[in-house]
Design a protein around this ligand. Structure first.
Ligand SMILES: Nc1nc2c(c(=O)[nH]1)N[C@H]1C(S)=C(S)[C@@H](COP(=O)(O)O)O[C@H]1N2
Ligand SMILES: [Mo]
Length: 185
């Protein structure tokens, strides 16, 4: 049997709803800093131009919010997490990666999955990613519910042990697999 296109309990949206806690940051991209830390040989602090100099790729993927909407066929552009992991020299001890914004929102993702598909995206649909959708830079982990796709990423931390993020501490299921409806615990 072929897999359905849309996970159970989800409905397709034509627009792009906004969902976040906190304020949309006003920091211009040119002043954005990306810190890569934790279980790495050498921590990095990248300026925006250093980040843009890394290899850029595209990711075509659907996006599923746990509140019930799915936005299909997103065309993201940015830097793969595995590129940053290589640049920082991720250690064998790393098992998870934590993405955080400057306001205290964070979420963790199993490292193998994040290395396989995770993107730090700064473009969507051929245009600069709008600040309300996470611009200048957001994580995208399309096979998990969208709360795992942290907007306004400034910190990428490789972890040996799992940590619960903002929503996971408030009852969301840490697995976040939309095909298994891992919504709440
Ligand atoms: N920094 C940050 N990232 C976040 C959130 C947030 O509150 N803060 N909300 C998450 C949730 S619950 C969803 S559904 C998606 C929504 O992304 P969108 O607003 O671009 O649709 O962002 C995720 N990333
Ligand atoms: Mo969400």
């Amino acid at each position: 049997m072929t897999k359905e296109r849309v996970p159970p309990g989800q409905g397709v949206t034509k627009g792009w709803p906004l969902l976040h806690v906190g304020e949309v940051p006003t920091t211009p991209a040119a002043d954005w800093r990306i810190r890569v830390a934790g279980e790495v040989a050498s921590s990095l602090e990248l300026s925006w131009s250093e980040f843009l100099a890394l290899r850029q790729t595209r990711l075509h993927a659907d996006f599923h919010c746990v509140t019930g909407w799915s936005k299909l066929d997103n065309d993201w552009q940015g830097v793969r997490l595995d590129e940053l992991a290589r640049a920082a020299g991720v250690k064998a001890s790393a098992r998870f990666v934590r993405f955080a914004d400057p306001q205290g929102y964070d979420t963790t993702v199993p490292l193998a999955l994040a290395l396989d598909e995770g993107l730090l995206a700064h473009r969507h649909g051929g245009a600069e990613l709008a600040s309300e959708h996470g611009g200048p830079l957001r994580a995208v982990v399309p096979s998990l519910y969208a709360w795992k796709s942290c907007k306004w990423v400034t910190t990428i931390e490789f972890l040996a042990a799992e940590q619960l993020g903002f929503w996971e501490q408030r009852g969301y299921h840490n697995g976040a697999d939309p095909w298994r409806e891992e919504r709440l615990v």
